[in-house]
Design a protein around this ligand. Structure first.
Ligand code: BGC
Length: 344
């Protein structure tokens, strides 16, 4: 199968955006955009032989630019949150964009997710996206080069290989923010989807969604997904963490178990099962708690819980938590990581 390149649209400032579709021999297809390096659509066959797009999101540029809650896009330089929008490296303090309530830096200020990336087909089933973030962008130090390769294998695995390097010592935390709905983007909410997460601990947060520093055991709580259960089973539990975030919006500290998937999701209605593999220590489970009906693909509204995100990452707010696994990279040091989504 060859790669199909198509014009997707134009940004508000007049830049053309292209889509690249990669496929495999089983009829699976992934659509990747130069805008935000987004995974725009992912077509998977269900048990009845019907092909479904399992990503909630947008099919036009206006959606991506005006109604986005980061649907499908790449996120950097620092995904998730940095408390008080500031951090110190080598004795120097950097003030970064405070784009959440005027206080917190969320998703690096959004720069990577809004950028138009350069795309290059690598093979029949792979596309590379590149973006260079200028020195000082969103307040971060140094010029940072990032490359992300999307590869779709004949084993139905969509692999994301990340590589980055900054000219200054800095924190690097990259992810993809796809909202999955294994029933199909047009199937309603994801509460019946069964989820398993191989994590015995998670990070409770304060009212700003910043980790408190406690690493809490999931045993006996609504946060325990070590045995698969429907996402909706405990989401309404009287748990102050769930009430605070209107659902799950928390980092799981992944238990490393060799090559076993860190998470697995299964939709009973379509029989679609997805496994997630990653070499990163954390994963934010976000159940679309704040979606409020923004119009998405085919003009359908995305309401609360229209999708779930499994954002693989270093733990949030690591610059203020020396006890968390470090994502401080020296100038010139190469960051690499791999996350994949496998349909089995
Ligand atoms: C955050 C949520 C946020 C969402 C969209 C997630 O990664 O944890 O709190 O609403 O991204 O920005």
């Amino acid at each position: 199968m060859s790669i199909e390149k198509k014009w997707f649209g134009t940004t508000a400032d007049g830049t053309d955006v292209y889509s690249y579709t990669i496929g495999n021999k089983n009829g699976m297809r992934a659509v990747i955009l130069t805008y935000g390096g987004a995974l725009q659509a992912l077509y998977v066959k269900d048990v009845h032989g019907k092909t479904r797009d399992v990503l909630a999101g947008f099919d036009d540029m206006e959606g991506f630019e005006q109604r986005s809650s980061y649907q499908g896009v790449l996120v950097g330089r620092y995904c998730n949150r940095i408390a008080d929008g500031s951090f110190t490296v080598g004795g120097k303090t950097y003030d970064v964009t405070r784009n959440e309530n005027g206080v917190t830096c969320l998703h690096g200020g959004g720069e990577f997710s809004r950028a138009v990336w350069e795309a290059r087909p690598l093979a029949e089933n792979a596309v590379e996206l590149r973006y260079t973030s200028p020195d000082g962008a969103e307040g971060f130090p140094g010029e940072m080069e990032t490359a992300v390769v999307y590869t779709l294998t004949d084993e139905n695995e969509l692999i994301l290989d990340y590589k980055a390097r900054c000219t200054a010592d800095s924190y690097i935390n990259l992810t993809n923010h796809a909202y999955f709905n294994l029933g199909g983007f047009d199937s309603g909410d994801i509460l019946n989807t069964e989820l398993l997460i191989r994590a015995s601990h998670y990070l409770p947060t304060d009212e700003r969604s910043i980790p408190t520093g406690e690493v809490r055991n999931v045993t006996g709580t609504a946060f325990d997904f070590r045995d698969a259960k429907p996402i909706g089973r405990d989401i309404g539990a009287q748990d102050d963490q769930l009430l605070l975030c209107r659902g799950y919006d928390h980092n799981y500290c992944l238990d490393k178990r060799g090559n076993e998937p860190a998470a697995e999701a299964y939709c009973p209605a379509t029989g679609i099962r997805m496994q997630l593999f990653t070499d990163l220590p954390g994963m934010q489970l976000y159940t679309g708690n704040f979606l409020q009906g923004a119009l998405g693909k085919k003009g359908l509204p995305m309401y609360r819980h229209a999708g779930f995100c499994l954002e693989t990452q270093y733990y949030p707010d690591t610059p203020h938590r020396p006890e968390f696994p470090s994502c401080l990279y020296k100038a010139g040091e190469v960051y690499t990581s791999r996350t994949s989504f496998k349909f089995v």
